[in-house]
Write a protein that binds this ligand. Structure first.
Ligand code: PEP
Length: 257
């Protein structure tokens, strides 16, 4: 099965409305390789406008950065998955390390959020990844496996085919220091193998596994060429059209049939 390349932009809690519009418009005209799909994840308040604004660009899709673990109800300040779906949002980032760190999201909460997304026809972009001390103790495989065991591996085969995974070592996020290509390929291969052991290799081959953590124009080509990397989740470098478009163009390096 042919896998396309996904380049996703996580704008986090940045940009005024006018800046978000300008950035989206500039990204909309950067010409991606034919097999590349762009996902933009703006803050909630801009989602509706971004869906409308990018509607005439079929290679661009809009993602939320989070959703509630609850279906609906008296949860002041929360945004439900069905609301995202109702405005034309297609994806939602779930379990980003910043949500886990600053908002106390446990694997159990992440799993609930993933279910709400799936129930509402949103594709979750499920993040996993280890902190620095875990990497230094050489426990990163076990750590990530445990995260997946508590979340992804509860899904059945049918649910699994519409999930995007993002491996984001926490020590590489926002630090400017990406994991090495050896570290990235090793973990992506490990994750794919773990999925194969649970669901079979055909399903594992269909799974999208993105890398996130200080991806920039300078390292995008080598990262995107790796065998088990299906794209990138980009934070800092997605806030400038020039750098994000350079990463999008670098996805030409990724060609797996
Ligand atoms: C992220 O926050 O998902 C991320 C990968 O950020 P950065 O690219 O800035 O490391």
């Amino acid at each position: 099965m042919k896998r396309y390349t996904i380049i996703a932009a996580n704008w986090k809690m940045h940009l005024r409305a006018d800046e978000a519009r300008q950035l989206a418009d500039a990204i909309a005209v950067c010409r991606p390789p034919e097999h590349t799909r762009i996902i933009l994840a703006p803050p909630f308040v801009y989602l509706y406008e971004m869906v409308q604004r990018t509607a005439s660009h079929p290679h661009i899709h809009i993602s939320a950065q989070n959703c509630s673990q609850f279906s609906q109800g008296a949860y002041t300040g929360e945004v439900a998955a069905f609301m995202l779906q109702s405005i034309g949002c297609k994806y939602v980032i779930i379990g980003h390390s910043e949500r886990r760190k600053y908002f106390g999201e446990t694997d159990a909460i992440v799993y609930e959020k993933m279910l709400r997304a799936i129930e509402n026809d949103l594709t979750p972009i499920l993040c996993c990844g280890e902190p620095l001390d875990v990497r230094q103790q050489n426990q990163h495989r076990e750590y990530v496996f445990h995260q997946l065991q508590n979340t992804l591996f509860h899904l059945d085969e049918r649910q699994l085919t519409d999930i995007i995974l993002a491996y984001e070592p926490i020590w590489a996020i926002g630090t400017g220091i990406a994991a090495s290509t050896e570290q990235i390929q090793e973990m992506h291969h490990f994750i794919r193998q773990s999925i194969a052991e649970h669901y079979g290799s055909a399903i594992a081959q269909q799974c999208y596994i993105l890398y996130g953590g200080s991806v920039k124009p300078q390292n995008a080509t080598e990262i995107l060429s790796l065998e088990d990397v299906d794209g990138a989740l980009v934070g800092g470098a997605s806030l400038q059209a020039d750098s994000f478009c350079a990463i999008v163009r670098a996805s030409a390096a990724h060609r797996k049939d």
